[in-house]
Ligand binder design. Structure first.
Ligand code: GTP
Ligand code: MG
Length: 154
């Protein structure tokens, strides 16, 4: 089964939107297989956003994620096409370009305060899950009792 890394960033936690984000994935039918709340170490965030290290906003981005004014909620979600679907549910990077109905399109206004993160490819999902949930048993395999009512065999 496909898995992706979704995080509620400090602004989303500060604004009380953790349950909103969880609830959207849960109601869609996706399965929560990893969940933690933490002020992430600087090294972790620098690795997480390594591809943006040359951007002018990089230091501000790392500070916003790590300064401890609010924690991050990291999650691993599992299910059909969850990487691409998760990105669609999160919406465009700039909330002013994000469609209504997406998390960013419904709850935020600024690219520097866009409340949520979603892995953008199978490769980044695997890397990010390893970074944020590297410890033994931090991602849990379990089965929905009602799976046949959510996902058909064909
Ligand atoms: P993530 O899901 O957080 O990875 O966002 P994304 O994949 O939609 O965008 P990208 O990976 O390109 O950028 C990562 C994060 O950097 C964004 O979510 C923003 O928080 C921040 N960011 C990107 N571009 C800008 C920018 O132009 N200005 C500022 N201040 N922040 C930016
Ligand atoms: Mg990204």
């Amino acid at each position: 089964q496909e898995r992706t890394f979704i995080a509620v960033k400090p602004d989303g936690v500060q604004r009380g939107l953790v349950s909103e984000v969880i609830s959207r994935f849960e109601r869609r039918g996706y399965k929560l297989v990893g969940l933690k709340l933490l002020v992430p170490p600087t090294d972790l965030v620098k690795q997480h956003y390594a591809d943006l290290s040359s951007k002018p906003f990089f230091n501000g981005l790392v500070d916003y994620m790590t300064n401890g004014k609010a924690p991050v909620v990291g999650m691993v979600w599992e299910g059909p096409d969850v990487i691409k679907q998760g990105r669609a549910m999160v919406g465009a990077t700039n909330p002013l370009s994000a469609n209504p109905g997406t998390i960013r399109g419904d709850f935020c206004l600024s690219v520097g305060r866009n409340i949520v993160h979603g892995s953008d490819s199978a490769e980044s999902a695997q890397t990010e899950i390893g970074l944020w949930f590297g410890g033994k048993g931090e991602v849990v395999d379990w089965s929905f009792g009602n799976e046949e009512w959510v996902i058909s065999a064909n």
